[in-house]
Write a protein that binds this ligand. Structure first.
Ligand SMILES: Cc1cc2nc3c(=O)[nH]c(=O)nc-3n(C[C@H](O)[C@H](O)[C@H](O)COP(=O)(O)OP(=O)(O)OC[C@H]3O[C@@H](n4cnc5c(N)ncnc54)[C@H](O)[C@@H]3O)c2cc1C
Length: 432
């Protein structure tokens, strides 16, 4: 059976064979408009063009990030200052709830749109990319997935419409990759006021101290088999007994806040249990599957930023009387970066597309996250090296890209954890 019966037709532009260096790089991504060759049937076997809506979103986010946001990045990063005003503007533009349905305060777009936006934000500012990804995937995500209509009205609408920032507390000092090992507890209050009492603490929480609403995992006893039962709770920042502890000094992503959450007899209403009692771990694992797509998109943005910085530099910088980009060793670094970035983008878009189709995307999301974050680490390293000594000082942003990219190999599951997820799925064995 033929793969496709469509006849290829040459469009007005004809086939595009040889994109000049720089054009395909900074103008990455295909669009429906202006493509040279179109299949002459209605349903092509594979369509790798972005829709008009996705293209418009990408161009709008790119133009806003380059025009309005880029000028304030360095000062915020240098001063380790959270970009409150920028985050507020993103909320006003509807970019803090891109994949959330309009009925719940979001933009009602899909996961692909969200991934494209995170790539474009991350390409200019890694810290902002992480703030938005954590807010959307981890702050809004659990309530969208497991919340009742009442919880969505009360908590999701303010989050997705950008009035309140969200955070997500799973990791603890003794429970990172082994998230099931958390020690924070929640018990029903035994007095007339009722509700849940939380005790314990979380570490490394993105948007700590900035978020108004956190979703938090806590132990609520044991399952019949003796394993810890983990449930999810919604904790407003104003909850008595809740506080934000130390904020971390990090290698990179200096404008994004990462810190401790403390629960000292924090009392929340009974209605803040999110999903079923004991069902929180499943909810969080599902949320991490989706969140990996956004961290992969952030990695992609950082890798693209590295390439965008390296290309003009190696064209202009001269040594031995010629541009260093004419030395094959340098040019081949660029060739490898460009190729790996395109491969990473294909994986990210595929994982997003599978999710949007309502299909199983867990394996694809882990593959996208693993590959894109490793590409980001390699590409940002290569960009720094082709800048020589200038890459090691603050004259160029490539050092920031390298520092920021490291997080994408760690957050929402390290590369080893992604390999575990992938290997288990491929082998069907309990690999550990
Ligand atoms: C900037 C930043 C933001 C973060 N934001 C959040 C957030 O918003 N919410 C949240 O809940 N968490 C957050 N995290 C936590 C993050 O998810 C964890 O750091 C991550 O899951 C790794 O856990 P860990 O740091 O305890 O490392 P560990 O789990 O101690 O891992 C250490 C090393 O051991 C390896 N390892 C562990 N287990 C295995 C295994 N079974 N097989 C092979 N190798 C293994 C790891 O791959 C890693 O190399 C954030 C972290 C950072 C740095």
């Amino acid at each position: 059976m033929p793969l496709s019966r469509c006849q290829e037709t040459a469009g007005p532009g004809g086939p595009v064979n040889d994109t000049p260096a720089g054009v395909g790089i900074s103008g990455h991504g295909n669009t429906r408009a202006g493509t040279g060759r179109r299949p002459a049937c209605h349903t092509p076997a594979v369509d790798l063009d972005l829709s008009g809506e996705h293209t418009l979103l990408r161009d709008t986010v790119r133009s806003y990030m380059e025009g309005e946001v880029a000028p304030v990045v360095d000062a915020h990063e240098r001063e380790h200052r959270f970009p409150e005003a920028v985050v507020r503007s993103l909320g006003e533009m509807g970019w803090l709830g891109i994949p959330v349905p309009e009925a719940w305060g979001g933009a009602g777009m899909d996961t692909l749109a969200y991934a494209i936006a995170i790539e474009e934000i991350g390409r200019v500012w890694g810290s902002l990319g992480l703030i938005v990804a954590a807010h959307t995937s981890l702050g809004c995500g659990p309530i969208l997935l497991a919340g009742t209509d009442e919880q969505k009205r009360e908590f999701l609408v303010p989050l997705a419409s950008g009035q309140v920032l969200g955070g997500y507390g799973l990791t603890e000092p003794g429970a990172g990759s082994d998230a099931g090992g958390i020690k924070t507890t929640a018990r029903p209050a035994d007095d007339a006021e009722g509700g849940w009492i939380l005790d314990g603490g979380k570490r490394f929480i993105t948007n700590a101290g900035q978020a108004g609403t956190y979703t938090v995992a806590a132990r609520t006893g044991e399952t019949p088999s003796g394993a810890p039962a983990i449930s999810a709770f919604i904790v407003p920042a104003a909850t008595p007994g809740f506080s934000v502890g130390r904020l971390e000094d990090k290698l990179g992503l200096h404008a994004s806040a990462t810190g401790e959450l403390r629960f000292d007899g924090a009392r929340i209403p009974a209605g803040n249990l999110l999903g079923e009692l004991g069902g929180g771990f499943r909810t969080f694992l599902t949320i991490l599957d989706g969140g990996r797509i956004s961290i992969a998109a952030l990695a992609l943005g950082l890798a693209q930023a590295a390439l965008d910085a390296a290309v003009p530099y190696v064209r202009e910088r001269e040594q031995f009387g010629r541009p260093i980009g004419t030395f094959q060793a340098v040019a081949f670094r660029i060739a490898d970066m460009a190729t790996e970035i395109e491969a990473a983008r294909a994986l990210v878009w595929r994982a997003a597309w599978l999710k949007d189709q309502g299909r199983d995307y867990g394996l694809a999301a882990a593959q996208a996250k693993l590959f894109a974050s490793e590409v980001a680490a390699r590409a940002t390293d290569a960009a720094l090296l082709v800048h020589g000594g200038y890459g090691y000082v603050d004259d160029y942003p490539v050092g920031r890209f390298l520092r920021d990219a490291k997080l994408t190999q760690i957050g929402e599951g390290t590369s080893e954890i992604q390999r575990l997820v992938i290997a288990r799925r491929i082998l069907g064995l309990r690999v550990s």
